[in-house]
Ligand binder design. Structure first.
Ligand code: ATP
Length: 367
């Protein structure tokens, strides 16, 4: 992105048709990663998002060299790495599961690898990173006594002290409390910018992904479903999975039928405008984000409904609305100064380019 300060040493990370099949004797192989293509710019931070089991960790482990590659290529700069041992890959790994060496204190654990490689200012570098991550108090402690949040910061520090061109982080902040999480997240971002690490962060936390990442890769079923900026993914989802997975509150997804082109019927009496060019009579799943739904003006194509619940959530309101002919209610996010009354009859609409149509089977976007 334009704001990324690219360091001269920063390198691109490229995944090229990457596959992973887990072979287990007597059973069919499990195809966990099904041909990933990803081109991450030098110094860019990409968040890898997706439900449990979608292949995020497997992908990271293949890049780190902790898991073999079934087929495809991984390149850092112009160097292909799948045949290299983990230590020769120029990759910093902040995985929590990485064991610390019990007899050494945290400081020793952090400087050990650097000293083994003959880095002269190892102690100074460890101190500097520890200060930045607000963990100098942890340096004299033994690993056995650390809490999970403290272990997590040590794992992050260990990845950072190596000053790697490529940094891989798997849920790096999940065990920190809210305040600490925000501070460490900000510092991680500053360090990443300062040193130009090309970074992949795996996270379950969408807010974390949005605040950290230049671009998001949304993954499901071993496939990258969409790769783009947060705005691109939010405003123009590639398919129903992405529309449903990204966004809070969740997108409304209801069944519909294209009326004349440019309008879609929803529920018993509703009609919405859409910029999709799908042919009349096409059965579709209609997606409208709570943020995009609003009260219709007179004469606008709209969906009639009744307000079941209205909640005021400080900076905005949330109305739960029943629509005749739909199985589930829909959610509308309102500006703070708009209040809906329970039981109120309303007519809803949305901008045509914000009324997404998807194939009912498979969920591909119908443009
Ligand atoms: P989570 O967020 O829960 O960690 P993930 O997206 O990181 O999930 P992976 O850990 O990459 O998912 O796992 C992807 C799939 O591969 C899962 O179905 C998992 O059960 C399977 N899998 C992972 N490791 C192995 C293994 N060693 N042998 C067989 N199958 C495996």
């Amino acid at each position: 992105s334009a704001t990324t300060v690219i360091q001269p040493t920063a390198k691109a990370l490229v995944l090229d048709n990457l596959h992973k099949r887990y072979e287990s004797r007597g059973r069919e192989a499990f195809h966990a990663v099904k041909g990933i293509d990803l081109h991450i710019e030098p110094g860019e931070l990409v968040a890898l998002l997706g439900p449990s089991g979608c292949g995020k960790t497997t992908t990271l482990r293949m890049i780190a060299g902790l898991e073999t590659v079934t087929s495809g290529d991984i390149r850092i700069g112009d160097r292909s790495i799948p045949h290299l041992p983990p230590g020769k890959r120029d990759v910093g790994v902040g995985f929590e599961s990485y064991a610390l060496y019990p007899p050494l204190d945290v400081e020793g654990n952090l400087s050990y690898g650097l000293k083994a490689r003959g880095v002269k200012d190892a102690d100074a570098r460890v101190r500097a990173i520890a200060e930045r991550l607000e963990m100098t108090d942890l340096l004299p402690l033994r690993p056995a006594g650390l809490s999970s949040g403290q272990k997590q910061r040590v794992a992050l520090a260990r990845a950072l002290v190596r000053n790697p061109p490529v940094l891989l982080l798997d849920e790096p902040l999940s065990h920190l409390d809210a305040a600490q999480r925000q501070r460490v997240r900000r510092e991680l971002k500053v360090l990443q910018r300062e040193f130009g690490y090309t970074t992949i962060v795996v996270t379950h936390d969408q807010l974390e992904a949005l605040s950290l990442a230049d671009r998001l890769a949304v993954m499901d079923g071993g496939i990258i479903q969409q790769f783009g900026t947060a705005d691109e993914i939010f405003d123009d989802p590639a398919n129903r999975f992405v529309a449903d997975f990204v966004g809070e509150p969740k997108i409304n997804l209801v069944e519909g039928v294209v009326d004349r082109p440019g309008t879609v019927r929803v529920g018993r009496d509703g009609v919405l405008p859409t910029s999709s060019a799908a042919a009349a009579g096409t059965a579709v799943t209609v997606g409208v984000r709570p943020q995009d739904a609003r009260i219709a003006g007179a004469g606008e194509a709209s969906v009639p409904g009744e307000v079941l619940v209205y909640e005021n959530v400080l900076e905005f309101g949330l109305a739960t609305v029943r629509v005749e002919g739909l199985d589930s209610s829909v959610v509308v996010q309102t500006p703070a100064d708009v209040t809906y009354r329970r039981g109120e009859a309303i007519r809803l609409t949305a901008p045509p380019e914000r009324v997404y149509l998807f194939e009912p089977e498979g969920g591909a976007r119908v443009r």
